[in-house]
Design a binder for this molecule. Sequence first.
Ligand code: ATP
Length: 325
Amino acid sequence: MDKKIKKIGVLTSGGDAPGMNAAIRAVVRTALSSQMEVIGIRKGYNGLINGEIKEMSSRDVSNIINLGGTVLHTARSPEMLTIEGQKKAAAIYDILGLDALIVIGGDGSYRGMRELAKFGVNCIGIPATIDLDMNGTEYTIGFDTAVNTGMDALNKLRDTSSSHERCSVVEVMGRNAGYIAIWCAMTGGAEDVMFPEAKDIQDSKKVIQQIITNRSTGKRHNLIVVAEGIGGTQKLADDIQSITGIQTRATILGHLQRGGTPTATDRMHASMMGYYAVKAVLEGRQNQVVCFNRGRYEMLDLEASFSMQKTLDLEYYDIIKTLSI
Ligand code: ATP
């Protein structure tokens, strides 16, 4: 039998994101192509702590590139927040004889990597969250699919609100970041968008005033996007209706935006990032993360990624308003 030159573990952690499966497939197949052994770890850090593992073959990742969710399952692991949990996870890593742990997840998952690194675990990160709110990388797996789901919902709500001359207020996901809201608003042709980064320059009164102005210039329906990080969507809809007299409906998309078959963009990034994560292990890199910046994939030290601050350019907001007259 061939001597395996390295052995790696792979897990998905935090919120699931469409494209995670394409990343798992890329990790497994790149590693197998390089005579590495791959251990799949189920349910994120919980599975590492509890030793829920499975050796992965190429056939274990057949027919998953098109699936949302994650075949390895994911979890939020309270135990991983404790020193005891982190020590247990590091001990399992040692017992398994892993050379690296590939973590596919969001910024919380990266914080978990940082703790594991203190116990000698070599962690390589692949950014995956629908929220796009990770530092050091312009793209995170799942964002494009989530935006397309939101845009599709806006298209449908546009049909019905236009027929009834109503106002639709649509809440999209994104945690404390407004990336999904901005992209959904721009691509869905919304008139206004409320998101955390613009909290200081906007409020519901301005949104309502804009609706009144737009109606006075002949608009017969209105589409307003609200980011999850702002919330209060039903109350905003109630206020719009009581102040303007326009029939207003609130729709909260919620976890709908987490599911669905990944778009080509997500499959592409996931495949490329999975490939580069394994290459990083082969090159002997330690505690680094895959990033996508200025059209190229690059590796960044995990610590450096924490210190980089990503900001949402408020010009997007100005443009949405300009295009909504
Ligand atoms: P998403 O952005 O989609 O929510 P995420 O990776 O940010 O994904 P979190 O729930 O924040 O999701 O983090 C995933 C897991 O990472 C947590 O359940 C926890 O086990 C671990 N984790 C988060 N923060 C830390 C930390 N400071 N120390 C150790 N582990 C952590």
